[in-house]
Design a protein around this ligand. Structure first.
Ligand code: ADP
Ligand code: MG
Length: 135
C-alpha cells in the first residue's frame, strides 16, 4: 500500500489500531525518516492517547494512557541486542499494553513475538510504501 502524505500513513495506522488489544506487539521497521514515528503517532491518536507522541530515540520508550488500554512506544535504535538486564527495563512497557517497537531488530528472540509487522519504505519525498503483515 502506498501513502502520499504523513496523514495517510497516520490513517493506515489508525485502521490497524482498531484491531489491537493489550498484549499485542507491533514492530515498525524502516530506514530513518520513512515514517515509523508518524505511524505510531497515528495509531496512538486512534487509541485515544492525548499526550504528544514524540520519538523516544534518546529514551528507551514511552508508556501512554489510551482510552481503553495503555499504549507503549519503544525505539531500540541504539541497541545491539537486548541483555537479560535490559529486558528487565523493557518488560514493563509490554505489560498489559499495546506496544509499538521501532528498530525491533535488536530485540529479535527476546521481545514478545509481534502480532503485526509494519515495514515502511521511502518512495519519494511525500510517498511511502507501507506493508502490514499479520505474524
Ligand atoms: P522515522 O521514525 O521512521 O525516523 P518520522 O516519522 O520521524 O520517521 O519522520 C518521517 C518524516 O517524513 C516526517 O517529517 C513526515 O512528515 C515525512 N513524511 C512525508 N511523507 C510521509 C508519508 N507518506 N508517511 C509518513 N511520513 C511522511
Ligand atoms: Mg522514529
Amino acid at each position: 500500500m502506498q501513502t502520499g502524505s504523513p496523514q495517510e500513513t497516520e490513517a493506515l495506522a489508525a485502521d490497524l489500531a482498531a484491531r489491537l488489544q493489550p498484549g499485542d506487539v507491533v514492530t515498525v521497521s524502516g530506514e530513518l525518516g520513512t515514517g515509523k514515528t508518524t505511524f505510531v503517532r497515528g495509531a496512538c491518536a486512534a487509541l485515544g492517547v492525548r499526550e504528544q507522541v514524540t520519538s523516544p530515540t534518546y529514551t528507551i520508550g514511552h508508556r501512554y494512557h489510551g482510552q481503553h488500554a495503555a499504549v507503549s512506544h519503544l525505539d531500540l535504535y541504539r541497541f545491539q541486542g537486548v541483555s537479560a538486564a535490559e529486558w528487565g527495563d523493557l518488560e514493563p512497557y509490554f505489560d498489559d499494553a499495546i506496544a509499538f517497537v521501532e528498530w525491533p531488530e535488536a530485540g529479535t528472540g527476546v521481545l514478545p513475538p509481534p502480532r503485526y509487522a509494519v515495514e515502511l519504505k521511502h518512495v519519494a519525498e511525500d510517498s511511502r510504501e507501507v506493508r502490514i503483515t499479520e505474524c
